[in-house]
Design a binder for this molecule. Structure first.
Ligand code: GDP
Ligand code: MG
Length: 437
């Protein structure tokens, strides 16, 4: 399966240092093949591996991560974005909110209807009404009634009425009368895609205009799940997908394929037969699951955090001893630059964001500072207090700046140093940025 394949392909990556085109070529080929075998569309698989390659090659291996771990992290992040990147919550507007279930027989529509009613009742304080619009099998209506009873949610049924559209409309009217703010319509499915079923579900959709039309699919059906999703989407233009039977260690390659073929978000997953077995779909969690290596991805993240933390502690120690020098300063600048666009970063600081947007700061703000530090001798960098006028003159020349600029910077540096020692809390690089002004 997909997970095993990916796992094997990562095993090839060994050693330390830089990721090169050569040492990831095999891995990328394997990843691509594994995706194709899991029914991921050819173009999607290709652009997926291209992106991974680009991202991998651009990176120096950070101290704490080995190439293999870094690759896994990159693939993990790409899988996440392939599956939509973030959670796709239900649209719960409307009074009542109407949610229509669609999908083949046995996919888990009725079960999921019950699960969702229970969940939204307890977590959102909704007052749901379940509507039994599966009119062909008396057993189906009975099943929904039993479900409703077990979760304390009323079920709307009409004995003998075979008009699913009418029942759906009547159900909504009933909900309005009883001030129920959520209507979940369970419908009939067939064993395979079938014209009559499609026409019926289409008619229900057109009549009730639901906030959400959900396509429910059994994740264990593989390639079939993808084809069925495509057919339902063409007819229904549904809003989201529910993947059921993702229990235990079913690893959900279907999640990748479906998302890439129909371009609709997966909103929920069913993870068991019990009514509690429902989860909002989380692309990142699913990426870990497909990789079968949640622990390694976690590890990679923690390694990075640990590295940052150690660095912060080291600086803290230097600041306390007044040993913070130009090299540390330069390091911090690099650190800040690595975090991305400075303006963007600054705009995220609460309160300052709006003001800073109009001020002209960008990476180039640091260019002359970097040039000055680079023009210092190692001795000068470690001992800022030795910078007399003649040394400053030389630095100004070497860096292509002016003596005034050097004086200003050295003064700023001294001030910053003093302030930092006073604050003596360097965990936050934002602080440094504010002091650079
Ligand atoms: P429907 O025909 O689409 O309404 O499907 P049902 O809701 O009746 O479900 C068909 C079968 O799948 C039932 O036996 C359910 O208990 C089972 N089922 C539904 N969802 C899940 C799930 O997430 N995990 C497991 N293991 N079984 C499920
Ligand atoms: Mg059913």
């Amino acid at each position: 399966n997909l997970s095993d394949r990916l796992e094997r392909s990562f095993k090839i990556l060994k050693g330390e240092g830089r990721i090169t085109e050569i040492n990831i070529a095999e891995t990328l080929k394997d990843v691509r093949r594994a995706l194709l075998d899991a029914d991921v569309n050819y173009k999607v698989a290709k652009s997926f591996t291209d992106t991974v390659k680009q991202k991998a090659l651009g990176q120096n291996v950070i101290n704490a991560l080995k190439p293999k771990e870094l690759m896994i992290k990159i693939v993990h992040d790409e899988l996440t974005s392939l599956m939509g990147g973030q959670e796709a919550p239900l649209n719960l507007s409307g009074n009542p909110t109407v949610i229509l279930m669609s999908g083949l027989q046995g996919s888990g529509k009725t079960t999921f209807s019950g699960k969702l009613a229970k969940k939204l009742k307890s977590s959102k304080g909704k007052r749901p009404l379940l509507v039994a619009a599966d009119v062909y099998r008396p057993a189906a209506i009975e099943q929904l009634k039993v479900l409703g009873e077990s979760i304390g949610v009323p079920v709307y049924t009409e004995d003998g009425n075979k008009d699913a559209v009418q029942i759906a409309l009547n159900g909504i009217a009933e909900a309005k009368r009883n001030h129920q703010d959520l209507v979940i319509i369970d419908t009939a499915g067939r064993l395979a895609v079938d014209e009559e079923m499609m026409r019926e579900i289409e008619a229900i959709k057109n009549a009730v205009k639901p906030q959400e039309t959900l396509f429910v699919v059994d994740s264990m059906t593989g390639q079939d799940a993808v084809n069925t999703a495509r057919e339902f989407n063409e007819r229904l233009d549904f809003n989201g997908v529910v993947l059921t039977k993702l229990d235990g260690d079913t690893r959900g390659g279907a999640a990748l394929s479906i998302r890439s073929v129909v371009e609709k978000p997966i909103k929920y997953i069913g993870t068991g037969e019990k009514l509690e077995d429902i989860q909002e779909f989380n692309p990142e969690g699913m990426a870990s699951r497909i990789l079968g290596m949640g622990d390694i991805v976690e590890l990679a993240k923690r390694a990075q955090e640990l590295y940052d933390q150690k660095e912060a502690e080291r600086l803290q120690e230097k600041i306390k001893k007044n040993k913070f020098d130009f090299d540390d300063f330069l390091n911090q600048i690099h650190q800040i630059k690595k975090m991305g666009n400075i303006k963007e970063l600054a705009s995220m600081i609460p309160g300052v964001g709006k003001v800073i947007k109009d001020i002209d700061i960008d990476d180039s703000a640091f260019t002359s500072i970097e040039a000055m530090i680079n023009s210092m001798t190692p001795y000068e960098r470690h001992n800022p207090e030795v910078l007399n006028q003649s040394r400053r003159q030389r630095i100004a020349k070497g860096s292509g700046t002016s003596i005034q600029a050097v004086n200003k910077f050295v003064k700023q540096f001294e001030d910053t140093r003093k302030m930092m020692r006073a604050a003596s809390n360097m965990k936050n690089p934002m602080k440094m940025m504010n002091q650079l002004k």
